[in-house]
Design a protein around this ligand. Sequence first.
Ligand code: NDP
Length: 297
Amino acid sequence: MKVLLLGKNGQVGWELQRSLATLGEVTALDRSVDGELCGDLADVSGLRATIQRVAPDIIVNAAAYTAVDKAESDKDLALLINATAVQAIAEEASKLGSWFVHYSTDYVFDGNGTAAWQECDDVSPVNYYGLTKLKGEQAIAASGCKHLIMRTSWVFGARGNNFAKTMLRLAADRTELNVIADQVGAPTGADLIADVTVVAIRKALVDPEVAGIYHLAADGFTSWHEYASLVIEQGQASGVPMQVQKVNPIPTTQFPTPARRPLNSRLNTEKLRETFSIHLPDWRSGVTRMLKEVLEK
Ligand code: NDP
């Protein structure tokens, strides 16, 4: 089994390097050119040639333009990476008969209401990043390739930058923090995403009927404020020196950003759990484990 992994050094890509290794021979690329192989999604013809050269049975794309606010002003590049390149990968996968595994986001939804979003719900992104990710999904479906698209949310990993690490850094320097309390979602570990990906691929290889879109997030929901409070509490319990005395809950309206964010990022994961017989752990267990890894360094 030949696997091509794109975006090997992102939060999810890093964990996929570990989990995909049990499937077969993995060619793992980042954006740099590696001999005759090009993993730069901005170089669409180089990417197509690389896929043809490697001729993988499975392509896993963990690369993405993930700078949500920057995407509002850097539209061409965000679209190129998240949609045009994804379309090229899907078309090459279709020609080869390969599986294409790709990641998308809760930001394809507008965030209205309080119900957890199902895969079949109407999409309506409120920011440009979400729109580009949606276009990527649509291009995959249009290509006719065998695919698994995992929509996930609020990703964290011990490696890479994420919200939890930002909170630890800010809590070390400031006495008071204001954190958004009216956006709700599930912090989801890159390690969990990588492990679930392999379970899903194994099933897809024997049962291609499972192809499609899935929601993949840790169990339970929280707000950024509750998430930050847990991170800081655990940091303090681990003896990390911190200035912070108060973590104030604020509404999204008090924290304007270039990109709008959906308020309700709850993802309904029933389809994933039923199809692949997967148990999804509570978000707190993954965050606690990641913090131990980060704080004990
Ligand atoms: P990261 O930002 O950690 O990693 C993205 C990776 O993509 C980086 O390694 C980056 O490389 C790489 N990349 C960017 N541009 C290019 C390019 N032109 N060519 C090749 N590689 C490139 O993202 P995550 O691991 O967190 O995200 C994985 C997936 O999950 C993505 O599809 C994302 O949209 C989705 N997702 C993420 C969420 C989150 O909270 N992070 C939430 C919901 C969905 P470099 O380091 O060199 O820039």
